[in-house]
Design a binder for this molecule. Structure first.
Ligand code: AMP
Ligand code: ZN
Length: 222
């Protein structure tokens, strides 16, 4: 198959809208789509300082890459969760990604903060829930202490769809009400604005964009 816009061989078949695109036109399509999402939801102003929180995985790596390409003023933060080899590998991917972009990377280590890895903390909550809460607290505190205007995460359309579906199934209406592409700053700026630039692109598109740009990322799950 050939690209819808030129004669080059197709790199990807998009399902919605249905079309074949070559690598170059797919990159253009993806970047235009993310730019439109940022504008539609008024996520970021051009002069704002943005902290991209990078896990070493594809979504946050693509978020940092595209925000930098669109000209935003970004720095990155990685949280080393202290989960053995998994965390060391995640950190080294985050470092590689930020070096390739020429963007400063800050690292917070949970072991230095709590004296133990996230998996060794005893709580009544399930570990994943406690881990998510801890990460969100650290992102926000770091952004607030260092004068950032926004925190950008790598959440994509698939993440949002599964969040909505699972909370609908459990009647978690208060979570559903809070969910969205932008969480505005609250409590006199103590809760820093949170944005999701990949809110309207699918996981499959993110993987393809990473591949098209030679972005290396961690594939293992914790
Ligand atoms: P998750 O809650 O694991 O689905 O991750 C959601 C988003 O949080 C990711 O897209 C990243 O932007 C960010 N994130 C997850 N884990 C980390 C980490 N260890 N360090 C920094 N950011 C992270
Ligand atoms: Zn083309």
């Amino acid at each position: 198959m050939r690209c819808k816009f030129c004669e080059k061989p197709a790199f990807i078949k998009l399902h919605y809208p249905k079309m074949y695109l070559c690598e170059e036109h797919f990159r253009e399509y993806f970047e235009r789509k993310v730019k439109r999402t940022i504008e539609r939801y008024k996520m970021l102003k051009p002069d704002e300082r943005v902290l991209v929180v990078v896990s070493g995985g594809k979504d946050s790596a693509v978020t940092a890459y595209i925000l930098k390409k669109l000209g935003y003023n970004i720095e990155c933060l990685h949280i080393n969760l202290g989960i053995g080899e998994y965390s060391e590998k995640s950190e080294s991917y985050a470092k590689k990604q930020c070096e390739a972009l020429g963007v400063p990377l800050h690292i917070v280590r949970v072991k230095e903060l709590l004296g133990k890895g996230i998996g060794e903390v005893k709580t009544r909550r399930p570990t994943c829930s406690y881990c998510g809460l801890t990460k969100r607290y650290i992102f926000n505190k770091f952004a607030y202490d260092n004068g950032f205007d926004a925190v950008a995460t790598g959440h994509n359309l698939d993440d949002e769809a599964s969040f909505i579906f699972s909370n609908m199934m459990h009647w978690n209406t208060q979570y559903l009400a809070k969910q969205g592409p932008v969480t505005p700053s609250q409590f006199n700026g103590k809760l820093v604005k949170k944005v999701k630039p990949l809110y309207e692109v699918t996981e499959r598109e993110v993987v393809a964009y990473a591949l098209a740009n030679g972005i290396e990322y961690m594939m293992e799950e914790c």
